[in-house]
Write a protein that binds this ligand. Structure first.
Ligand SMILES: C[S@@+](CC[C@H](N)C(=O)[O-])C[C@H]1O[C@@H](n2cnc3c(N)ncnc32)[C@H](O)[C@@H]1O
Length: 264
């Protein structure tokens, strides 16, 4: 083993534990004993055929990039410019090390919160927002900010989901009572009604898990923040486009009450 390989192996160990298992060459994997297996490679392989194979000419923003698995996959596909942002410096150091080991030099990793994406000052052809939403205390605000500031065309989105996979048709309006009665409406009890479950304490031992939408809620939140869902690539993964609607139609990050109105 060369001195370079030795020192790379040492750096990988120093920066561990890794959440992304990546092949850095020479038999060196970053998380070979990952509790989810070859993560996120096994997941990516299930939906990657839906993504453009040639990303040349396109820019990519990977929000909550962690050790850069998705950002580096976009580099592999020839993306012109890839920016990965995360709020955790150790993950960013992992991402820089992996990019360096794999010889990707047109990728940039920055410490930036999703709530500050406006500071990037540009839109990206592809925004990746995978595995972050349920870690946020303000998930709808994050989606609003992404749509307002950085979403140029495509959004690749994933969230943990809990509850029903069924998606109920929701009424255009929600009367207080069932027609002709004083009985409360029943739609909220439908398992397929959009529901965002609040996790006051820990989920899977992790106190950073705050919310778990059901499938209907993930989809409704995406629509309500100005995205159209093109495909549900697997249970929790959605391929979306920034919807071509005037921003005022869905309110947006900075309006307290969406323009279309809530309340009386
Ligand atoms: C479950 S990991 C998902 C990593 C990767 N996107 C994936 O799907 O494999 C969540 C990542 O989001 C990052 N994160 C959490 N809150 C964030 C925030 N406010 N802004 C940016 N990144 C955040 C965490 O540091 C972590 O790297």
């Amino acid at each position: 083993m060369s001195a370079r390989e030795d020192s790379l192996r040492e750096r990988v160990a120093e920066l561990g534990p890794w959440f992304h298992n990546m092949d850095l060459g020479g038999g060196l994997w970053t998380a070979p004993d990952h509790f989810l297996g070859d993560y996120p490679g096994f997941k990516f392989r299930r939906f990657e055929p839906a993504l453009p194979t040639d990303m040349s000419g396109r820019s990519v923003l990977d929000i909550g990039c962690n050790a850069g698995f998705y950002a580096l996959e976009m580099m592999r596909r020839g993306a012109d410019r890839v920016v990965g942002i995360d709020s955790d410096d150790r993950y960013l150091a992992q991402a820089r090390l992996a990019a360096d080991a794999l010889g990707f030099d047109r990728v940039e990793f920055r410490n930036l919160s999703v709530y500050d994406v406006g500071a990037l000052g540009k839109r990206f052809d592809i925004v990746i927002f995978m595995g972050v939403l349920y870690h946020l205390r303000h998930p709808l605000l994050a989606l609003d900010l992404i749509r307002e500031h950085v979403a140029g065309d495509m959004l690749l989105f994933q969230t943990m989901q809990q509850g029903a996979d069924a998606v109920a048709a929701v009424p255009e309006d929600h009367p207080f009572h069932l027609p002709g009665t004083f009985d409360p409406p029943t739609y909220f009890d439908d398992p397929g009604y959009p529901k965002l479950h609040f996790i006051e304490r820990r989920f899977a031992g992790d106190w950073t898990n705050w919310w778990a939408p059901n499938a209907a809620c993930s989809q409704a939140m995406l629509r309500a923040t100005g995205f159209t869902i093109e495909a549900q690539l697997e249970a929790e993964v959605y391929l979306c486009r920034a919807a071509p609607v005037p921003y005022a139609d869905w309110g947006g990050a900075t309006s307290v009450y969406p323009a279309r109105g809530i309340g009386g």
